[in-house]
Design a protein. Structure first.
Length: 133
């Protein structure tokens, strides 16, 4: 009998993800980075998804005020070792996970869906459906 992995993250993963997210938010808030791509950039850490063994974590970020996150992601890769050292001081864990940074596009997708729902054709179809019910 083979054991299947759970599809949703466990309580341990969720707790560690939130702990890492809060720690990174504190680091981004108070640290001034020497990397030119990160100078005077404000970031929001929207989510951290640790792997089941907690050795890796995907960090989703959004630059405050919008803009292209590509140079910021490259800068975060360059300062990753510094961030891991800072995390080691702030979180209680057997080891500090390897960080992989990604841009969070959920806000862009939500804005796109809202704009689609506000189109006159869609509003007309929704009104027609409400009349039929």
């Amino acid at each position: 009998m083979s054991r299947q992995r759970p599809q949703s993250p466990g309580q341990r993963q969720l707790r560690m993800g939130e702990e890492i997210r809060h720690a990174l938010a504190r680091i981004f808030e108070r640290e001034e980075f020497r990397d030119p791509a990160l100078a005077d950039v404000k970031l929001t850490v929207t989510e951290v998804r640790p792997s089941p063994d907690l050795r890796h974590a995907r960090v989703y970020i959004v630059p405050l005020g919008g803009g292209d996150p590509t140079p910021i992601l490259k800068g975060l890769v360059r300062v990753k070792s510094f961030l891991r050292r800072q995390l080691a001081e702030q979180i209680v864990s057997k080891f500090v996970p390897d960080l992989v940074f990604s841009a969070d596009t959920s806000f862009d997708r939500a804005a796109h869906i809202t704009s689609l729902l506000n189109q006159p054709e869609v509003a007309r179809d929704l009104a027609r459906r409400d009349e039929e019910e």
